[in-house]
Design a binder for this molecule. Structure first.
Ligand code: DON
Length: 573
């Protein structure tokens, strides 16, 4: 079933060489949760994403001479069709860019709060949360940023015509594509959420039930919206028919998103965070993501530790990793917010003296009373893809609707799902959000403000060269998926597929529990950690989806890995 679906999906896109086709099939055929499969090698470009169809779209752009930015634009639009739980034009995200010449850059196209929203937006007269308004329905949506972000990416580093990059996605939406196991499982898991709004149900459910593998999913309205974007760029989304449909429906359904909100949205170019770690340099996401800072804090606390000697999966390593993670996440709960509105004390959080002090507090037992650090002078779906072109431009992009299928709302006639990113704000002080994250005052809602994120597109350099480019979905688990994959690859020296597939651990300070993966820890190691006082979640669960590219110095080739936990693929140019 898998294979025939793949053949049907890919054939119309391009008659590509049999060798590549067989390679793709072999990746596809080994989806069982194996310890590790061989990474995909290439002497040219590579695209890693959770959707084989979208990866193929990106690889085809590279074959036509497009840059990594061109390919990233095409992949992002394709994912909005083939991976609708997170691939989007109704959400937002971040792209980390290595442009070959000039410094690395960070395109922030995170959604913003509507002008009508403030700190009390989700509170009733008594100051209590009004149900699930920040998570479901029209009022959960921030102003979508994806189209503006992709336009900026293309303007700065693209080469091929814009319309040609939107075309594969438009075609996939108009002609449909064959639903694979991953999409059918995802739709099945979210069937109740998708049935809440008739327009959404009409597209993503088949007579009330999830589309099954082998079905053809056609998205006519989405094709129309993509055509408008193809013809008019950002204006095709933020102005005209799409904007009119959005605003009119919002008015009818107590939503607040307005024409001014859409017109005011701007993607922002920022300087990424840079930090030396051991013999590497890490380049990663600045605020409004907390992700880069937190992963640098976790790694920074372990700066002097001989992790390789401890060994991957050892109780000694896991104890240290989890304690550092808890401390860094405690800081996340207070110190961060949109840098246009609040100050983020990054330098202080990453000060070697501060990190050494935090490290020194870690003893042999699990701590249960960790507070956010005292700074001197200071009081559930996303998707990631990574692209490299043969000239060396690299893009690591994470974007999202927030929860799977976002707010659940598709405005009639538009065909795309609106995000529920507003839930990433502090809706009420003291209450945790859908990821169980405690968040602070700096992250309260204000008009035009961007909610705090954990998304962490990241590069690692050795000397002058990038040796690893990666990212993941999973809310706060993103930070741990990325951190642990960096350590697995660069310290434990796993190949990139092994590094992506190795069992991971998540702790986010509150709740005080280690999230672990099925068969991810031996009984003996768990006993040692429990004796130290660590608390494990009752049930294991898989999390994350690493989509990464890494340089294999031994073979002098770039390699790619799509996480074996899911059905994605790396496709070479
Ligand atoms: O920006 C964030 O941190 C979240 N909105 C990301 C959500 C997410 O990764 C859900 N994915 N599975």
């Amino acid at each position: 079933m898998y294979r025939s679906a793949l053949i049907e999906n890919i054939a119309p896109l391009r008659r590509f060489p049999v060798k590549i086709f067989m390679l793709l099939l072999s990746v596809w055929a080994s989806l069982a949760f194996s310890a590790t499969r061989t990474p995909v090698y290439s002497s040219k470009g590579l695209v890693a994403s959770i959707s084989p169809l979208a990866s193929e779209v990106g690889a085809e752009v590279l074959r036509k001479g497009g840059t990594a930015a061109d390919a990233a634009v095409a992949v992002a639009f394709a994912l909005s069709v083939t991976w609708p739980s997170a691939g989007n034009i109704g959400g937002g995200g971040f792209a980390l860019v290595h442009p070959i010449t000039g410094p690395d850059s960070f395109i922030d196209y995170r959604e913003t709060a509507p002008a009508a929203a403030g700190p009390d937006f989700y509170l009733d007269e008594k100051g209590e949360l009004k149900g699930d308004e920040s998570k479901i329905g029209y009022r959960a949506a921030g102003i979508p940023g994806t189209v503006a972000g992709l336009v900026l990416l293309h303007k700065k580093w693209g080469k091929l015509p814009w319309a040609s990059l939107v075309e594969p996605a438009r075609k996939l939406a108009a002609e449909g594509f064959i639903v694979d196991a991953g999409l059918s499982e995802s739709l099945t898991r979210s069937a109740a959420h998708l049935s809440a709004y008739p327009e959404t149900a009409k597209i993503f459910l088949n007579k009330g039930k999830a589309w099954q593998r082998g079905d053809r999913l056609v998205q006519k309205d989405l094709a129309t919206t993509l055509t408008a974007i193809q013809k008019r760029g950002a204006d095709g989304f933020y102005k005209g028919q799409v904007a009119n449909l959005l605003v009119q429906d919002m008015k009818k359904k107590q939503g607040v998103l307005s024409h001014e909100d859409l017109l005011n949205f701007k993607a922002v170019e920022r300087e990424p965070l840079h930090k030396k770690w051991k013999e590497f340099e890490i380049v990663t996401a600045p605020p409004p993501s907390s992700g880069g800072t937190i992963l640098l804090e976790i790694l920074g606390m372990m700066q002097g530790d001989k992790l390789e000697a401890m060994g991957s999966g050892s109780a000694e390593y896991l104890h240290l990793l989890i304690e550092c993670t808890k401390k860094a996440f405690a800081d996340r709960s207070v110190w961060f917010g949109d840098p246009a509105f609040v100050q983020n004390p990054i330098a202080k959080l990453l000060d070697p003296a501060y990190l050494a002090k935090r490290r020194a507090e870690i003893g042999d037992k699990a701590a249960h009373d960790i507070s956010p650090g005292e700074l001197l002078g200071e009081k559930p779906d996303t998707t990631h893809f990574t692209v490299r072109d043969s000239r060396g431009m690299v893009i690591s992009n994470t974007y999202t609707l927030n929860g799977s299928y976002g707010s659940g709302v598709v405005v009639k006639g538009t065909g795309f799902i609106l995000n529920n990113e507003m839930d990433d704000f502090t809706s009420k002080l003291g209450e945790s959000n859908m990821f169980g994250l405690q968040q602070g005052k700096r992250n309260q809602i204000a008009p035009g403000k961007r909610p705090l994120s954990s998304m962490s597109p990241t590069f690692v350099y050795q000397g002058k060269d990038i040796v690893l480019a990666l990212g993941a979905p999973g809310g706060p688990t993103i930070i741990n998926s990325v951190t642990q994959t960096i350590i697995n690859r660069l310290i434990f020296r796993m190949d990139i597929q092994g590094a992506a597939d190795a069992p991971r651990f998540h702790h986010q300070w509150a709740p005080d529990k280690i999230v672990w993966e099925p068969f991810g820890i031996t009984h003996d190691t768990r006993k040692i950690l429990e004796a130290k006082g660590h608390i494990f979640a009752d049930e294991p669960r898989n999390f994350g989806d690493i989509e990464a590219l890494a340089y294999d110095a031994e073979n002098q080739r770039w390699t790619g890995a799509s996480d074996s936990r899911n059905g994605g693929a790396v496709v070479p140019e």
